[in-house]
Design a protein around this ligand. Sequence first.
Ligand SMILES: [Zn+2]
Ligand SMILES: [Zn+2]
Length: 348
Amino acid sequence: MSETIRETMRAAVISDQKTLSICDLPKPTPGKGQLLLKVSACGICGSDLHAVDSGFAPAGVVLGHEYAGEVVAFGEGIDEQRWQIGDRVNGLGALYCGECEQCLALQYEQCPEFKLVGLQLDAKGAYSEYMTVNANVVFKIPDEVSNIDAAAVEPLAVGYSAYCVGKVKPGESVLIIGAGPIGTAIALWARYFGVRHVGISDLNKQRLQRAVDVGADVQINAAEEKDPVAAFIAQTGTAPSVIFECTGVSGMLSRLISASPAGAHLVLAGTAMQKESITVSAAAMKKLCMTFALGYTAEDFSMVMDLLAEKRISTRHIVTGTVSLDEVPDIFETLKKPNAHGKVIITP
Ligand SMILES: [Zn+2]
Ligand SMILES: [Zn+2]
């Protein structure tokens, strides 16, 4: 059961110049336990931009871990009662076997077969017409969820997981630095869970407005306010208990350490890949707590999809545009610079 009309496919591939170019690649063949997907939607992630810039994802990689697609072929060992050709699916941004000792202990990152989708040469992602994925990391998309929303489940799950890392208590207020897709998603969850004040800081007014549209009640224009914590306190009369860093911008961490109120919890959700320099004593004097947030669990992912299907949350202010595969190299350069976009979704 496989689609064999064309043996090549088009994909946006990282070049030696750290840009993307559209190339013809061999259409992948699903291996044991894998599905071949015809990609229907894929989000462009901030970590894709960082990964190319920092060299974490080398030339030749096909990016794309925020995918949704249609099953068009099976590899060996697929349960054909469970999966059918034509199923709409999305899935996790990491591959693992699901059977080894480490996987059974939920330490997937330690699995010998662990791979990051769309960040490694041997796990091509969805900036492409087709991709293969392990059947144990994908989910069927409910009828109520569109392909574009299905591709946005991943960043919403990242935001949810980061929000949970903050362990925000009832009645507390939070401050989010950066109104990109993850910062905006954290604002959405903070409002969903009934946080007192949800503050958000960004250089771009359109991004700030979208964060307000999902539930932030304190907007801080970073172009005018150099100290977002002081601006938050000036507007609300109260200090934020948890501060989410969602920019990944160099130097932001040390700025936040000096701006933070004593006892605050800093959650580092912007996956920066550069070296940072901080003064430990400055953080220690204030007894700050610092936690690193990354990724999400399969449970987070399917919960987000259920809430979308039940229309209890929406991607309306998260997703701000769609592009074709041909437009990907240009939009990728646009997104590297300061911009007004939220989540941009590729619909190949
Ligand atoms: Zn992502
Ligand atoms: Zn494993």
